[in-house]
Write a protein that binds this ligand. Structure first.
Ligand SMILES: [Zn+2]
Length: 221
């Protein structure tokens, strides 16, 4: 009897977990309608991230010369609950002015950012950060391969804007794997999206224009 109960509980939990994933985007859609119809501005700001600089670089394998180039900035945005959140971006000092301008634009235009938290929260596994739809800039890795290694790139809402592949590479998986793109969801980019245009105005390269893939969440300098 006890075993049967355990099995029923397990099956129910799995069903609830998969429904939560499935409903995530539906929930965002209805929240976006609520945001757009709401003319009142400031609610209580919800804090997503409040690291010190020392905490934000804790455990990185980056050399000292790179760490010296980094700065931790506070940013505000509307999250998927329709409320203003405060997050943080650990980035290269060379991008600070640009990113502050971009986030001002993002807040004003009510473009949804789910959350922006330095990758230390995910023990430096950027795959986990992407899976969690997290917006981030610095994550040390091969410097020749990725501009994130020096904080010279930013990924925005990777789950809403997954990597998908161009002709000849379609056999490759989207990244994050089960994420799909729906441009009707606030927080999703497309060519001529106002946030994309803001980035391009400031001289950023959009990952959508890479040769083999549409890396839609990625902007770099
Ligand atoms: Zn990226």
């Amino acid at each position: 009897m006890f075993d049967r109960l355990k099995i029923i509980c397990l099956v129910t939990c799995i069903s609830i977990a998969s429904c939560t994933q499935y409903n995530k985007n539906k929930q965002v859609n209805s929240l976006n309608i609520a945001i757009n119809g709401d003319s009142t501005y400031k609610d209580t700001v919800i804090v997503d991230s409040h690291y010190t600089f020392t905490e934000a670089i804790d455990g990185t394998t980056a050399p000292k010369e790179i760490i010296k180039e980094l700065e931790l900035i506070d940013v505000e945005y509307y999250s998927i609950d329709g409320k203003i959140h405060k997050g943080q971006i650990l980035t290269n000092k060379a991008l600070v002015i640009d990113l502050k301008m971009i986030f001002k634009f993002i807040l004003k235009s009510k473009f949804t950012i789910e959350h922006a938290i330095p990758v230390v929260k995910y023990n430096w596994y950027d795959d986990l950060s992407m899976q969690d739809n997290n917006t981030y800039s610095f994550c040390y890795r091969n410097e020749f391969f990725s501009k994130h290694a020096k904080g010279m790139a930013i990924d925005i809402n990777p789950y809403f804007n997954p990597v998908h592949w161009k002709v000849g590479y379609e056999y490759r998986q989207n990244k994050p794997e089960e994420a799909y793109r729906d441009t009707t969801i606030n927080g999703t980019f497309y060519a001529s999206h106002p946030v994309v245009l803001e980035f391009e105005k400031l001289g950023f390269f959009w990952g959508h224009n890479f040769k083999a893939k549409f890396d839609d969440h990625h902007f770099e300098k």
